[in-house]
Write a protein of this length. Sequence first.
Length: 512
Amino acid sequence: MDSQSQSHGHIVMLPFMAHGHLIPFLALARRIRHQTPFVVTLAATPLNLQYLRSIISPYDADSRIHLHELPFRSSEHGLPPDTENTENLPINQIVALCHSSVSLAAPVERLISDITTEEGRPPLCVISDVVFGWSTDVARRLGTKSIAFTTCGAYGTMAYVSLWLHLPHRSTDAEEFSVPGFPERCRFHRSDLHRIIREADTTDQWSKFFQVQLKLSLASDGWLCNSVEEIEPLGLDLLRKYLKLPVWAVGPLVPSDLLQKSSPISPDSTLRSIQKRTGKALGVSLEKCLDFLNSHGPNSVLYISFGSQNTIGPGQMMQLAIGLESSGKPFIWVVRPPLGFDIKGEFRPEWLPPGFEDRMTRSKQGLLVWNWAPQLEILSHGSTGAFLSHCGWNSIVESLSQGVPIVGWPMGAEQAYNVKMMVEEMGVCVELTRGLESQIGAEAVKRVIELVMEEEGKGGEMKRRAYAAMRQMREAVKEGSDDDRGSSVKAMDDFVRTILGEPAKDTSSSSS
Ligand code: UDP
């Protein structure tokens, strides 16, 4: 440990084993490093650590972010060899991966003890994923504070936690029901729930993991949230009242150049730097993407992507293609093999209408990107007008931070709750369909694209609201003296006071 950690303090961070969690954890580590004098140790299993190492820049490596390997053998948990991440894992094995994470308690305990011995005092706190509730006990036993970090939004987190802990849909036959912690006007519908929670009954493996781990996280000293006070007032208020803990909204956790006034497509947005950031090979050159976007007018292009690991059904893929073509609107579509085909397999033309890709290329209406696109660069380009998304929280934050409204097609996790919040509370989203099994027709695709792209009417209103959210997100990370500081910067100050054991200032951002 260096002398800096001796004098200022140390924070240990424990991300869940999924890219959608590792990325915001690293972003949070960078934010902490930027705003505080503390040393951060990110601890993960060997392959996840390898991924973090591949996307961490030399700037991070030289600074106060350390990486620590937690030993893990997937075969001991009934998982295929070298399985340490949800990526490409069938859903029945994801639950086994979740349970396997409890085995990390012993190596985490050793890590905290070693830091304590070396520095003569325990770390200031352990920041762990909300689903790593086991770490709350470890932290307490070793004399450090335990902080949970939710990589989701506040409303989505609140819904996820309350639905898992109470399973309210199991005690009614009604299609619509109220959810503990939510006001009556926010009733949920059975179809908002993914099959695994719809069928959960407390004895299944999913309930056994989430009910235990989330309950343990309720006993932590506070929660950090990748959200912004001004964009999620309801979600944050509900979460604070439910948890009765401080909740610090320190988002948006996106690369800082995305929050500058001008376009973040800077000269150093090269292929190498994008691949470095995401750890993925791009399915298109950045130049080709920019040429396509530059050849279309402001706010005219629809960007389509289903996140880092999702795909859609073969029939849905066909209808989406027909609907896109008949809308006549320009689009960039990240294409993956549809459900039922090898996710790592080759592209097959029969997944799309005959001659589709050729026609789209010749007419310059569409650009198909195989598997992985430079999402941040696309969303931040002035020609991108809307985002058809599965509504993972990272994608939402990235889109709204650029003022881009959303067409929702939620797949799982808390994505349908995110859509509900964005439709009912923020007015920045319209839902197209949900899940892999829905019978989506090309006509519906065409209608929704036309709606979201219109300059006036509902589409125009969604755009105005997305712009307002963008301004609020940028204000939230504004640094300056006292009153000038944005809400997320102030929330981080308050979090620091709490882990140092100093009295909290009276800020709304953390009040429980
Ligand atoms: N992403 C990307 N290019 C792609 C698809 C995804 O850069 O073609 C990135 C995207 O910018 C986001 C993350 O992958 O940061 C997806 O996270 P999200 O929470 O939206 O969804 P998840 O993959 O966790 O379901």
